[in-house]
Unconditional design. Structure first.
Ligand SMILES: *[C@@H]1O[C@H](CO)[C@@H](O)[C@H](O)[C@H]1NC(C)=O
Ligand SMILES: *[C@@H]1O[C@H](CO)[C@@H](O)[C@H](O)[C@H]1NC(C)=O
Ligand SMILES: *[C@@H]1O[C@H](CO)[C@@H](O)[C@H](O)[C@H]1NC(C)=O
Ligand SMILES: *[C@@H]1O[C@H](CO)[C@@H](O)[C@H](O)[C@H]1NC(C)=O
Ligand SMILES: *[C@@H]1O[C@H](CO)[C@@H](O)[C@H](O)[C@H]1NC(C)=O
Ligand SMILES: *[C@@H]1O[C@H](CO)[C@@H](O)[C@H](O)[C@H]1NC(C)=O
Ligand SMILES: *[C@@H]1O[C@H](CO)[C@@H](O)[C@H](O)[C@H]1NC(C)=O
Ligand SMILES: *[C@@H]1O[C@H](CO)[C@@H](O)[C@H](O)[C@H]1NC(C)=O
Length: 363
């Protein structure tokens, strides 16, 4: 038994876990806290013979699922071709894996006996908004992670429990957030909504998300930078929206904004206000794959600027430094200008005085 146990841990530590996680979980890897006893793999598929669990684990386990003995509160029902969430889920369940099935509904009764649920993973199913019963999650006060990427949802589920920390809803068909759906989730730090059909965010939609750190709105139908976003956001991803331009106040109020991604947005230089990026908190700015002809003016605090695959023809030091002096210089470390209409010999002789801590430049 002891020998088998070691062998199993080795198998479970397989190195392919992270890449699978990246694809399945909306592109942001899952942070696992082993001290809480969180399971370190998201699927047991291909790792060990399920018969082994059944033979060695005396605890109750639904017949469609696998229950590993060393994570006694985890129930793995992923990739089993299920059309419904199994009944008789054990009351002890804290980590429930249901990804890669054909589940379309979430009835309120199915989780009713479970009081300690922490993760509910439902990626890659057929969940429909009208089959998600309002009451199904509201009593799950311990629920931290709700993942439902790649489903058929048309709106953000309502009556979410207050303690939620991550909500991943990438690649659904969501057209609106819905009044009150996300209000008062004071502990939510990560919200993934990329690959949906959002056009606007209404005032109040994201109100009360006072801890939100990462907001991914890439690949939606925004034509301008949405207003009414939580000011706590540090990472804002808006790539793959057709944006008409950026105004002086597009990013006003984001005092903590550090990482801003705006690639593949069809942006043109004349649509970008001179002071659009006047944010001293910015560390990284991605403007690759747009239609820029000049380098926009960026704050001297910026460290990473991605401008590859634009139509830039000239390099003007004033984009980076309004003045050059002992303490006034750009903190830029990496500057990408490859795939533009300029060459290295077009850099003016004085650029090194401004970009004096640069580590890499690609022209
Ligand atoms: C889901 O159901 C469809 C048909 O209803 C079937 O073709 C498909 O293989 C099923 N998918 C899974 C993961 O079982
Ligand atoms: C919940 O517990 C009750 C009482 O033990 C049981 O009758 C019922 O079937 C359980 N419900 C589910 C969905 O497991
Ligand atoms: C939620 O809790 C309330 C109060 O304890 C109870 O009346 C209700 O039936 C519960 N809902 C579900 C879906 O379990
Ligand atoms: C989204 O809706 C469109 C039209 O209603 C449909 O063709 C498409 O399959 C849906 N996609 C998903 C992921 O549900
Ligand atoms: C939010 O997190 C704090 C700190 O971890 C915790 O004390 C509080 O109970 C959480 N709020 C909810 C509604 O779970
Ligand atoms: C944006 O679209 C391009 C081209 O379709 C694709 O290669 C890229 O992965 C997308 N990026 C994001 C963040 O959606
Ligand atoms: C740029 O930002 C700084 C500091 O936040 C502020 O003092 C200054 O007025 C801003 N300039 C413009 C033109 O917005
Ligand atoms: C650089 O930009 C500044 C301000 O936009 C402008 O006054 C100056 O003529 C430009 N220099 C070159 C060489 O284009």
């Amino acid at each position: 038994m002891a020998l088998l146990f070691c062998g199993m841990l080795l198998l479970l530590g397989g190195s392919d876990a992270t890449s699978i996680a990246d694809m399945d979980y909306g592109g942001v890897p899952l942070w696992i806290n082993r001290l809480l006893g969180e399971p370190s793999v998201l699927s047991l598929q291909g790792r060990i013979d399920p018969g082994w669990f059944r033979a060695n684990n005396p605890q109750a386990c639904p017949k469609q699922c696998d229950c590993p003995i060393h994570w006694p509160t985890s129930v793995y029902c992923d990739h089993k071709g299920l059309e419904h969430i199994p009944d008789e889920l054990p009351d002890r369940t804290e980590y429930l894996f249901l990804q890669g099935n054909n589940i379309s509904s979430l009835p309120s009764s199915v989780l009713a006996n479970i009081t300690g649920l922490r993760w509910l993973i439902l990626d890659n199913n057929q969940l429909q908004s009208d089959k998600l019963e309002q009451a199904s999650l509201q009593n799950q006060t311990k629920l931290h992670y709700l993942f439902a990427n790649q489903n058929h949802l048309t709106s953000v589920p309502s009556a979410l429990p207050d303690g939620l920390r991550q909500l991943r809803l990438a690649h659904n068909n969501i057209t609106s957030i819905g009044k009150g759906a996300l209000q008062n989730l004071h502990n939510l730090t990560l919200l993934l909504l990329q690959g949906n059909r959002l056009q606007t965010i209404a005032q109040g939609d994201l109100k009360g998300l006072v801890s939100l750190n990462l907001l991914d709105l890439s690949g939606n139908r925004f034509s301008t930078v949405p207003r009414h976003l939580p000011p706590s956001v540090q990472q804002l991803y808006l790539s793959n929206n057709s944006l008409s331009g950026l105004d002086e106040d597009s990013f006003d109020g984001f005092l903590n904004l550090k990482y801003l991604r705006l690639s593949h947005c069809g942006l043109q230089s004349r649509g970008i206000h001179l002071h659009a990026f006047n944010h001293t908190s910015l560390v990284e700015l991605d403007l690759s794959y747009n239609k820029l002809t000049t380098i926009p003016r960026v704050p001297t605090s910026l460290q990473y600027l991605y401008l590859e695959a634009n139509e830039i023809q000239e390099f003007n030091v004033t984009s980076f430094c309004r003045e050059v002096g002992l303490l006034s210089y750009s903190r830029m470390k990496i500057l990408r200008l490859d795939g533009n209409k300029m060459s290295y010999n077009q850099l003016p002789p004085d650029w090194v005085y401004c970009l004096r801590v640069l580590q890499s430049i690609y022209v």
